[in-house]
Design a protein around this ligand. Structure first.
Ligand code: PEP
Ligand code: MG
Length: 591
């Protein structure tokens, strides 16, 4: 926290972009934080359990009420459904009842103990997404606690003024009640980028900064604050000067957004008439609506592993089918590229308590895991083939490093189709099959792999990691993680050339595809499709529309003469700097 005269700048994590300026409205949960412990006599234990069950039931009824009133287009319903399920989860519900009975203590204290134990368990998890899912459990517990203590429910829907919400945390249920005419944005002490609350903020398209740690201890009701969701900061009691500066920035940002989103639904066609599909990457089904809003031509990467996290069992075929079907139906007729389970590496599952690898990135990850766990794989393959009867589905196999893997994966897909046939269940085997190119051996063997698939999708996040020997999650070597390294560019060109020669399509779904200054290069290489974080879609489409593909092809020849990432970047800047956004210069400063 930094203090400039009377104004205070609090740094947090940007959860949803945009800028808003307004009065703070604190969302306090009185009575929930301070809880007393007392003994319950043996004869009163069953009443105490009943009191706990009644509080759970009340929380359930409240959630059902909110679910009913939630506007359908927001589609947060399934997050609330997760909360409904958590209310009765063994870890929470079962353990609280056990603790009341075994320790002869009051329900509030039992709930507090169970939650603090669960929090510890979540903290030991390596996966950041999973860590953040602990927020869901805490939010559910807060609700039960409120009903146990009789504290008043925070009624966000009843707010009458135009305000910015300031809270320790906001549950998805609370966030769903936000009235966009009243609430300009929100900030919270807790939470991270992947928290559900952040996801909802992005789909509501209001600025939000989370993980501020000290917002509620510093900001009072009616304090004037600026929320800068673009850089993840909050300014309390801004000076006249800062206020003026931010009012301008707000106008600039809104104009910029209006310009780039105005045309985002139109196709991305270059000046010389080459059309590219600009697709979105999603992790959770509810991101589909934002993706469509940003003008995505389809889903280029659906990272399905998120449905396997935060639970002790594997999702069954029917559960997977329901989720895929929802996404496929909403997107129809646009394509949905379902990537099969890519777990382990930096995304270990919770239900493998004895799972430990010295070198997880080189371990039993993605397709390797699936081929070793045929039942888990088969359930997913059957679910995908069944969902494929509802729209335009492609299947994508991750981390292919040998020909054997793609052959085995395809064989298992055929087997899954045969078993569905036997069971008399509708399915569609006539779908495109793709291999992710993210390991150097797959680049070298591209000609052989191409004989077995309909498309390649280059995963640059891993291709850079495995080619340049840089752990993608290690901030010590982050400066060496360079998509513009000549070795990477040559690999991309090789794979694209092979794809053309073998007449299969060539896509990219790694982060490299969503960065405007990479676009001239990717067009020159001849990519058919780029897939990215949905919010980047409008800007990438804008850049494509201002380029001439024929020019980018000759530009590529020049790029291939460069020997370093830095000189490649300088070359892009010198040639295309004027049509690329400001971001390019800030990226450049980082180099
Ligand atoms: C990649 O590696 O570039 C990719 C898109 O996959 P993920 O980031 O999920 O590993
Ligand atoms: Mg990858």
């Amino acid at each position: 926290m930094k203090s400039i005269a009377e104004e205070i700048i609090i740094k947090g994590i940007s959860a949803s972009p945009g800028i808003c300026i307004g009065k703070a409205y604190r969302v306090d949960r009185e009575g929930v934080e301070i809880v007393e412990k007392y003994k319950i006599q043996a004869k009163d234990l069953s009443n105490e359990v009943k009191r706990f069950k009644a509080a759970v039931k009340k929380s359930r009824d409240e959630l059902l009420g909110i679910l009913e009133k939630s506007p359908e287009e927001l589609q947060h319903a399934h997050i609330l459904e997760t909360h409904l399920a958590l209310l009765k989860d063994k870890m929470l519900y079962g353990r609280c009842i056990e603790t009341i009975k075994q320790e002869n203590i009051n329900a509030e204290w039992a709930l507090k103990t169970v939650i603090s134990n669960l929090r510890e368990v979540f903290q030991t998890m390596i996966d950041p997404y999973l860590k953040e899912r602990s927020a869901d459990v805490v939010q559910v517990a807060d609700n039960i606690m409120r009903n146990l203590t009789g504290a008043k429910q925070v009624n966000i829907a009843a707010i009458k003024k135009r305000v910015i919400l300031v809270a320790q945390d906001l549950s998805p249920a609370e966030t769903c009640q936000i009235n966009l005419e009243r609430v300009k944005g929100f900030i919270t002490d807790r939470g991270g980028k992947a928290s559900h609350t952040g996801i909802i903020a992005r789909s509501l398209e209001i600025p939000a900064v989370v993980g501020l740690k000290e917002a509620t201890s510093t900001i009072r009701n009616d304090d004037l604050i600026i929320v800068d969701g673009n850089s993840g900061i909050v300014i309390l009691r801004p000076t006249e000067n800062t206020l003026l500066q931010y009012e301008e920035r707000k106008i600039d940002y809104e104009e910029y957004k209006a310009v780039i989103t105005r045309d985002s639904k139109a196709p991305a066609e270059s000046l010389d008439g080459v059309r590219l599909s600009v697709m979105g990457n999603i992790e959770l089904p509810e991101e589909v609506f934002a993706l469509l809003n940003y003008g995505g031509d389809g889903i280029g990467l659906y990272r399905t592993e998120f449905q396997y996290f935060n639970r002790t069992d594997f999702p069954g075929e029917d559960e997977l089918f329901d989720k895929y079907k929802d996404v496929v139906e909403v997107m129809h007729p646009k394509p949905v590229t379902i990537r099969t389970l890519d777990i382990n590496g930096d995304k270990a599952l919770t239900n493998q308590f004895n799972y430990e690898e010295t070198n997880p990135a080189l371990g039993l990850r993605a397709i390797r895991y699936c081929l070793k766990k045929p039942q888990v794989f088969k359930d997913q393959l059957r679910a995908i083939l069944r969902a494929a009867t509802f729209g335009n589905v492609r299947i994508l196999f991750p981390m292919i490093s040998t020909y054997f893997e793609i052959r085995e994966a395809t064989r298992m897909l055929d087997q899954a189709a045969e078993s569905l046939e036997k069971n008399g269940l509708p399915y569609n085997r006539d779908i495109e099959i793709g291999a992710m190119i993210e390991v150097p051996s797959a680049v070298i063997m591209a000609d052989v792999l191409a004989e077995n698939v309909d498309f390649f999708s280059i995963g640059t996040n891993d291709l850079i990691q495995y080619s340049l020997a840089i752990d993608r999650g290690n901030e010590q070597v982050a400066h060496l993680f360079q998509p513009l390294d000549p070795a990477i560019i040559r690999m991309l060109k090789h794979v694209a050339d092979v794809a053309r020669e073998k007449e299969i399509k060539i896509f990219m779904c790694g982060e490299m595809a969503g960065t405007p200054h990479h676009v001239p290069l990717l067009l020159g290489i001849g990519m058919d499709e780029l897939s990215m974080n949905p919010q980047s879609i409008p800007d990438i489409k804008r850049v494509i529309r201002s380029l001439n593909v024929a020019d980018t092809r000759s530009f590529l020849k020049e790029v291939l003469t460069q020997t370093t990432a830095k000189s490649t970047f300088e070359l892009i800047k010198a040639t295309y700097g004027s049509i690329l956004s400001e971001q390019m210069y800030s990226e450049g400063r980082k180099k």
